[in-house]
Design a protein around this ligand. Structure first.
Ligand code: TMP
Length: 218
C-alpha cells in the first residue's frame, strides 16, 4: 500500500453476536457524518473470496486440519487486502470489515485448543499482511450459548447452510471466546470490547460512542 488515508475498522466475535448488523449501522452513521466508507467481510469480500467462502463455511466440519484451514483464510485475506482494502484506504475511504486476522487466531488457534503452533499463524500474518493492522477492532462479546442459538435460528431460514463452525461443540466456542478476550486484553490500544447481549439500538450506541471517542468525531 502506498499512502493510507482512511481508517481500517474490524468487527470481531463469535457466532450470532450481531456483527454484520452493527457494521451496517456504523456505515450509515459514518455516511451521515460525510465520511466515505465501504462495508466488507471475511471470508468472501471479493469474487475470489466468495468461492473460498463456500469451501470454508459449508460442509463437513472435519474436512480441513487447522493449518489447511488457516492457509485458505489467509489466501482470502491476501486477495481481500490487495484488491479491495488497500485500494479503498489509499482512496481515503474508511473500510469496515466483518472479521479479519483476529478471527484466524481465535478460531484456528484458540478454538482448536492450540493444536497449531501460534508462531505458524504469526508467520502467515507477517507474510500476508506485513506491518499493516486495524486502527480499531470492535469485539462483540456474548455467551456462546446465546450466540449459537441466535445464529442457528438465522441459518434455518437460509437455503445454503453456512454452519460449518456452528456445528462444532460448545467447548470450541468457549475456547474461541476466551481467546478473543485474551487478545483484547493484550492490545487495549487497538481493541474495544462491547457486551453484545443487548438490543440492536443499545449496542449501536455503544459502537458509536467507541468510534467517537477513538476518532474524536463529535
Ligand atoms: P461469518 O459467519 O462471520 O460470516 O464467518 C464465517 C465463518 O468463518 C465463521 O464461523 C468464523 C469463521 N472464520 C474462521 O474460522 N477463521 C477466519 O479467519 C475467519 C475470517 C472466519
Amino acid at each position: 500500500m502506498s499512502k493510507k488515508l482512511g481508517y481500517f475498522i474490524t468487527f470481531e466475535g463469535g457466532e450470532g453476536t450481531g456483527k454484520s448488523t452493527q457494521l451496517k449501522l456504523l456505515a450509515d452513521y459514518l455516511s451521515s457524518k460525510h465520511i466515505r466508507n465501504i462495508q466488507t467481510k471475511e471470508p468472501g469480500g471479493t469474487p475470489v473470496g466468495l468461492e473460498l467462502r463456500k469451501l470454508l463455511v459449508c460442509g463437513d466440519k472435519n474436512k480441513f486440519d487447522p493449518i489447511a484451514e488457516a492457509l485458505l483464510y489467509y489466501a482470502d485475506r491476501r486477495v481481500h487486502l490487495v484488491n479491495k482494502i488497500w485500494p479503498a484506504l489509499e482512496n481515503g475511504e474508511w473500510v469496515l470489515s466483518d472479521r479479519f486476522a483476529d478471527s484466524t487466531m481465535a478460531y484456528q488457534y484458540y478454538g482448536y485448543e492450540k493444536r497449531v503452533d501460534k508462531s505458524v499463524l504469526e508467520q502467515l500474518y507477517n507474510l500476508t499482511v506485513g506491518h499493516f493492522k486495524p486502527d480499531l477492532t470492535i469485539l462483540l462479546d456474548i455467551d456462546p450459548q446465546i450466540g449459537l442459538a441466535r445464529s442457528l435460528q438465522k441459518a434455518s431460514g437460509m437455503t445454503v447452510k453456512e454452519t460449518r463452525f456452528e456445528s462444532r461443540e460448545l467447548n470450541f466456542h468457549n475456547h474461541m471466546r476466551a481467546g478473543y478476550l485474551e487478545m483484547a486484553a493484550a492490545a487495549p490500544e487497538r481493541f474495544v470490547v462491547l457486551n453484545a447481549d443487548k438490543s440492536i439500538e443499545e449496542l449501536h450506541q455503544d459502537v458509536v460512542n467507541a468510534i467517537n471517542e477513538r476518532f474524536k468525531l463529535s
